[in-house]
Design a protein around this ligand. Structure first.
Ligand code: ADP
Ligand code: ZN
Length: 525
C-alpha cells in the first residue's frame, strides 16, 4: 500500500502548480508521486494519455539529484526536453543524435548537479561510460518508460531493455519506477523480474475510455463506407485513418481529397519535410484528416481528434487500443470506427508469418491477433471484450458501442457451446481449434485416433454443423471468456464455463459470424 499522506503532498502540489500550472493530480498520480518521492519503487500501468509523465517528473523535482528517464523513443526526446525547458525545468537528453561536444556538455551538467531530468536511450544508459558517470552523479530516481519493451511477450520487445536489470543490482537504493500503457500478465511479470519490483506497489488504472464509441463493420466497399461515415458524423472534424500499406494510404488520401474531405497522407516512406508538414498541419488545423500507416501518432498529443478509422485490421488488441486511444483525449464524444474483412486476416497473418521474429514471438503475436478477431466478432458489448482483454471487468454493457446500440441478430447456442466446452475439457484443456473441431465433427484423423479422442463421448456430437460453425463458435467462446487461449493456441475452459455446462446459463451467439464464410481463411490457416 502507498505510504500515508505526508508533507510531501503539499510540496508535490506546489511543484505541480508552480511548474505545470495544474491544480490537482489525476487519479492515482498523487499516490504514485508520494510513493516514489518517498524513496519507494513502483509499477505504473496507465493507458496512453493517462498522465504517466508527471508520475516521474514531479518526484524528480522533489528529490535531490537528477531523475533518469529511460525511453526507447529517441525521436521524441528532443520535444519532451524542449517542453520541459520551456516550463523552467533543467532537462536534457543523451542519445545517438548528439554530437560528442553535446554529450560532454550534458555529462558535465549531470555531474555538477545542474540537471533535474535526464532522458536516456537504454543502449546509451548501458554503456560503461554512462554507468560510470551515474556512479558519480546524484541520482533522484530511475524511471523506465515503455517498460513493456523488456518482455518478449510484448509487441515491442527491445533486447537492450533486458540489460536494465543492472539498475536494481548496481543502484539498489535508488527508487525505480516502471511505466507502461500495455501489459498483460506475462509482460507484467517480466517487468517485475527484470527490474526486481516484486515487493513494490502496483498502480493499475482503468483502461476504459467511456467517451469513445467503438464500432466494427464488415468491409464491403471500404472507401465509400469511410466517406459515408465521415459525411454522416464527422464532416469537418479532425481524424486519423489507418491503413496497412503506404500505397493504400496515398490512394485513400487522394480519393478523400477528390470527395471534398481535407485529407493528407502520412507514412514513413515520405520525405521528412512532407511528414513534418502533415504533422504540423494536423496539430494546428481544426479539421484535417490524416490518412496514415501506424508510423503516425506515437507521441502526438492532439486533444480534439474526433475519430480514428481503421480501413485495415491492426495487428493486435494492444495496437488497436493504442491507435483508437488517440481519439477524444479531451473527453468529448469520439468514434473508433473499423471495417475488416477476410482479406485483412489473411494479410496480417502473412505479415506475421513472414517476419524474422523468433517462433515463440510469432506464436504470441498470432494469439494477440486472434484476440482482436474475437473482439471484431463479439455479439456482446465491445467495451466489455476490450477491457476484459486488459484484465479489467466492466460490470454492465456500456451502451456506447455498436453491439450495445444495435444488437446483432443472435441465436441460442447453449447446447453447441456445451458440446464444445466438453470437448475442450475431455481432451485435457490443451488443444487448438482445429483439433477440437475434428473431435466435434467426428473426423477420425491420424492425430485424433492416436490420442484416443475418437473414443470420447463427445466425438462426433457436433456433426450436424460444419467446420466454420465450430471455429466461429470456439472463437466466440474465447472472446467471451469461457475459454482461455494459452500457448500453442491451446484452449482451456475457464471458471466461467461451469455455468454453461451445468445449464445454469444460456449462450446466444451472433448469427452473422456463424454463417459460412468463403474458404480463403481456411487455406491460410
Ligand atoms: P501518457 O504518458 O500517460 O500518455 P502524458 O503524461 O503525456 O500521458 O499526459 C497526457 C496529457 O494529460 C498531457 O497533456 C498532460 O499535460 C495532461 N495531464 C497529465 N496529468 C495532468 C494533471 N494532473 N492535470 C492536468 N493535466 C494533466
Ligand atoms: Zn457496449
Amino acid at each position: 500500500a502507498p505510504a500515508a499522506p505526508t508533507t510531501h503532498d503539499t510540496a508535490a502540489l506546489t511543484v505541480l502548480k508552480k511548474v505545470w500550472g495544474y491544480d490537482a493530480f489525476r487519479g492515482v498520480q498523487a499516490d504514485i508521486v508520494r510513493t516514489v518521492a518517498g524513496g519507494g519503487n513502483a509499477l505504473v500501468l496507465m493507458p496512453t494519455g493517462g498522465g504517466k509523465s508527471l508520475c516521474y517528473q514531479v518526484p524528480s523535482l522533489l528529490r535531490p539529484g537528477v531523475g533518469i528517464i529511460v525511453s526507447p523513443l529517441i525521436a521524441l526526446m528532443k520535444d519532451q526536453v524542449d517542453t520541459l525547458r520551456a516550463l523552467g525545468v533543467r532537462a536534457a537528453f543523451l542519445n545517438s543524435t548528439l554530437s560528442l561536444d553535446g554529450v560532454r556538455e550534458v555529462e558535465s551538467a549531470l555531474l555538477s548537479g545542474e540537471l533535474d531530468l535526464l532522458y536516456v536511450a537504454p543502449e546509451r544508459l548501458l554503456l560503461p561510460r554512462t554507468l560510470d558517470l551515474l556512479d558519480r552523479a546524484p541520482v533522484a530516481l530511475f524511471a523506465v518508460d515503455e517498460a513493456h519493451c523488456v518482455s518478449q511477450w510484448g509487441h515491442d520487445f527491445r533486447p537492450e531493455y533486458q540489460g536494465l536489470n543492472v539498475l536494481p543490482d548496481r543502484y539498489p537504493h535508488i527508487p525505480r519506477l516502471a511505466l507502461t500503457a500495455t501489459a498483460d500478465d506475462r509482460t507484467r511479470a517480466d517487468i517485475l523480474s527484470v527490474l526486481q519490483l516484486g515487493g513494490a506497489p502496483q498502480f493499475i488504472s482503468s483502461f476504459d475510455r467511456p467517451n469513445i464509441q467503438y464500432r466494427v463493420a464488415n468491409k464491403e466497399g471500404p472507401k465509400t463506407q469511410l466517406l459515408d461515415f465521415i459525411n454522416a458524423e464527422h464532416r469537418g472534424d479532425a481524424g486519423i485513418v489507418y491503413c496497412l500499406s503506404r500505397k493504400s494510404v496515398e490512394e485513400t488520401a487522394r480519393w478523400l481529397q477528390t470527395q471534398g474531405v481535407d485529407a493528407v497522407a502520412y507514412h514513413a516512406g515520405l520525405p521528412p519535410r512532407e511528414r513534418n508538414s502533415a504533422q504540423e498541419r494536423f496539430l494546428n488545423e481544426e479539421g484535417l484528416v490524416v490518412v496514415a500507416t501506424v508510423a503516425f501518432g506515437m507521441g502526438i498529443d492532439k486533444p480534439n481528434v474526433r475519430f480514428v478509422a481503421h480501413l485495415d485490421l491492426p495487428k493486435s488488441m494492444e495496437g488497436y487500443y493504442q491507435e483508437t486511444g488517440r481519439a477524444g483525449r479531451d473527453g468529448l464524444p469520439s468514434t473508433a470506427w473499423m471495417v475488416y474483412g477476410l482479406a485483412d486476416v489473411v494479410n496480417v497473418r502473412r505479415m506475421l508469418a513472414s517476419s524474422d521474429a523468433p517462433e515463440e514471438v510469432k506464436r504470441v503475436e498470432a494469439a494477440k491477433l486472434d484476440a482482436l478477431l474475437t473482439y471484431c466478432e463479439a455479439a456482446t458489448c465491445r467495451r466489455q471484450v476490450l477491457l476484459s482483454y486488459f484484465g479489467e471487468e466492466l460490470g454492465a454493457p456500456c451502451g456506447n458501442c455498436d453491439t450495445c446500440l444495435n444488437p446483432p441478430g443472435v441465436r441460442d447456442a447453449t447446447r453447441e457451446a456445451q458440446m464444445a466446452l466438453s470437448a475442450v475439457i475431455r481432451t485435457g484443456n490443451r488443444f487448438g481449434a482445429a483439433h477440437l473441431t475434428d473431435v466435434l465433427m467426428g473426423h477420425a484423423t491420424e492425430r485424433v485416433v492416436s490420442l484416443g479422442h475418437h473414443q470420447l463421448p463427445t466425438f462426433a456430437v457436433g456433426a450436424a454443423h460444419d467446420e466454420k460453425y465450430w471455429r466461429g463458435l470456439l472463437r466466440q467462446l474465447v472472446s467471451l471468456g469461457y475459454l482461455a487461449a494459452g500457448e500453442h493456441h491451446g484452449l482451456s475452459a475457464t471458471g466461467k464455463a461451469r455455468a454453461i455446462l451445468k445449464g445454469e446459463q444460456t449462450l446466444a451467439l451472433r448469427e452473422d459470424t456463424l454463417a459460412p464464410r468463403p474458404s480463403k481463411r481456411d487455406r491460410d490457416r
